[in-house]
Write a protein that binds this ligand. Structure first.
Ligand SMILES: [Fe+2]
Length: 145
């Protein structure tokens, strides 16, 4: 019997999270599965090799994903003010990630579960407040097939 809380809710990928840009949707799905891996060992400390590997991968992936998303928004003609607002939201997540990474490297007492909950909040809040708006700029489906 472990002391693991019963409410380990994984991030569930479903149609409500689909933006409609395949490369972004694939990255979002990968990001969710990467975060969910933290729940394989929810009580592991941030310094545990398992957690360090995921934190490292998460950092690389977030940077790649945000660059992709920002490029896509420029291609879709997202207005400058909305684009800037979205980029600021990305930068804020990168700052929070850097704080987490620094704390983990300096013996912070985060557990894998706490890190998961933080990432889940980033993903959820950011998706609904920023990413979902990208749908407004997608070209209408062409009738000519
Ligand atoms: Fe975004």
């Amino acid at each position: 019997m472990s002391g693991v809380p019963a409410h380990l809710d994984k991030i569930v990928w479903n149609d409500s999270l689909v933006i409609g840009v395949p490369v972004i949707d694939e990255q979002h799905a990968l990001l969710c599965s990467l975060a969910n891996r933290l729940l394989d060992h929810p009580e592991a400390r941030a310094q545990h090799e398992f957690v360090v590997d995921i934190i490292t991968e998460l950092g690389k992936f977030l940077i790649l994903h945000f660059k992709t998303e920002e490029m896509m928004m420029r291609q879709l003609g997202v207005p400058a003010d909305e684009y800037e607002h979205h980029v600021r939201a990305h930068n804020q997540i990168i700052d929070e990630y850097a704080d987490l990474n620094m704390a983990a490297a300096h013996g912070g007492h985060h557990t894998s579960l706490e890190i998961f909950n933080l990432v889940k909040q980033w993903v959820g809040d950011h998706f609904h407040c920023s990413d979902a708006k990208i749908r407004n700029y997608l070209p209408a489906p062409s009738a000519a097939g």
